[in-house]
Design a protein around this ligand. Structure first.
Ligand SMILES: Nc1ncnc2c1ncn2[C@@H]1O[C@H](COP(=O)(O)OP(=O)(O)OP(=O)(O)O)[C@@H](O)[C@H]1O
Ligand SMILES: [Mg+2]
Length: 256
């Protein structure tokens, strides 16, 4: 099973959009694909489940809560996974109250629980995509501990470029301390506007610094917002659209 986390501490750079759309392509190509939503904003869960997303239980909060109390017969991780309406696409949904558990989970050192759960699911899924909140907290750390590959969406902003170095330092520290299997597989340039000079210069600076910028760049397009509004991944909403084709090219660029 390929275990991929989509991570950037900066908000609104495209983590959920990228996690869900790559997962949807993967599933459409016949891979059993699991999305784990660790963000209390629940954007990926909403995107994949539609309007009723808050009524789906059990969710990732129930999973973590279970780790806090001893149980003779705990539920296996598959108990918290739900099938979506898309073939081969499964979801462990988030919960807006996830943050309530954070300090307890931290003080009880539950940082390896997600990794253990994914290990148990390894022969049931070909790939897992973990969507993370815009923070470096217990949940993102759990994801970085559980994953082997890390995708970093980047929105071509100068502040984002500066923040990238501390982000990469956090990933490398996690690798040293908890998970030597973790690799940054690439920076995904998102919302790229090829005609503007600033994004071009910023991307060139990343390349000059030898950062692993992926070849495929994702354009800024209103289709993305439409896709969220319709709670329908791009490959189903607009299979021929340029942005969809870019997502497919990005998918091909990565191991799958
Ligand atoms: N390529 C794109 N073109 C146009 N809009 C985009 C693109 N990618 C993302 N967006 C928009 O930007 C917003 C943020 O995207 P998204 O929710 O995927 O980011 P995020 O990093 O997951 O945010 P958060 O940190 O809050 O979880 C959304 O409104 C989305 O529709
Ligand atoms: Mg998000």
């Amino acid at each position: 099973m390929i275990k991929r986390v989509v991570f950037n501490q900066k908000g609104g750079v495209g983590k959920s959009s990228i996690a869900v759309n790559l997962a949807a392509i993967s599933a459409a190509r016949g891979k059993r694909t699991l999305v784990v939503d660790l963000d209390p904003q629940c954007n990926s869960s909403h995107y994949l489940l539609g309007e009723g997303y808050q009524d789906i239980a059990p969710d990732i909060r129930d999973f973590f809560e279970q780790t806090l109390t001893f149980q003779l017969n705990p539920q296996g991780p598959e108990y918290f996974v739900h099938q979506t309406e898309y073939e081969n696409l499964y979801l462990m949904p988030a919960n807006s109250a996830l943050g309530d558990l954070q300090s307890k989970l931290e003080s009880k050192h539950k940082i390896y629980k997600l990794r253990d759960a994914l290990d148990k699911l390894a022969d049931q899924y070909d790939v897992v995509y973990i969507d993370t909140p815009p923070a470096f907290n217990f949940f993102t750390l759990s994801a970085l501990v559980a994953a082997e590959r890390c995708l970093i969406p980047f929105d071509c902003d100068e502040f984002a470029r500066q923040a990238l170095y501390s982000l990469l330092a956090n990933v490398h520290e996690t690798r040293e301390d908890h998970n030597e299997a973790l690799d940054v597989e690439g920076i995904v340039v998102n919302q790229y506007q090829p005609r503007a000079s600033l994004p071009k210069r910023i991307v060139q600076e990343l390349l000059d610094d030898d950062l692993p910028v992926l070849k495929t760049q994702l354009s800024a397009s209103v289709k993305m917002k439409e896709s969220h509004d319709h709670t329908c991944p791009l490959i189903y909403l607009a299979p021929k659209h340029k942005l969809t084709q870019q997502f497919e090219a990005l998918f091909e660029e990565l191991p799958h």
